[in-house]
Design a protein around this ligand. Sequence first.
Ligand code: GRF
Length: 200
Amino acid sequence: MNFAVLASGRGGNLQAIINAVHAGQIKAHLKVVISDKKDAYALEIAKQAKIPAYYINPKDFSDRVSLDRAIIQHLHEYHVDFVVLAGYMRLVSSYFVDQYPNKILNIHPSLLPAFKGMHAMKDAFEYGAKVTGATVHFVVEQMDEGAVIVQEPVRIESNDTLESLAEKIHAAEHRIYPQAIELLVNGKLKIEGRKVILKN
Ligand code: GRF
């Protein structure tokens, strides 16, 4: 199986996924990395790992669907079977979702459905929650809505700062994202309505 990673930022999850591919945990080929941010460190990580990496400037496109068409062209070129969003700070269109039904994964830094949105860690911290975490889920058109694949809880201790919490959540993400991809690649995931059933 071939896959692509879309990223907008530091690429911590991308690096964890590359490590898992190299270690043989994920038995699939990471063929291409695409970013909508020119200076995303994720692009640098991809280059260091000798994975083709592309920057696509959203300003070159009149709307979301045209941007997604350009991305999909790259995905077809590399015969991509599934897509991993790793800190991709953009909603994908229904056109994109329809091209890869139940084949797009995303990671979110909270235990969904709590703390959806762009500031999940800060929101959980400021809310005073005692537990938050990380979620890998399938992508549907609505933000942070698709069926949940794997979650890991993270405790918020009274001496935590937003920074120390972010570190713990990122560590959890780097554990569960490779696990979720491994499950998908090994054909272990079955979607029944909102639920993802793990097959034996
Ligand atoms: C992660 O916290 C992820 O949950 C969120 O964006 C962040 C990306 O971090 N969607 P990185 O670029 O993978 O380091």
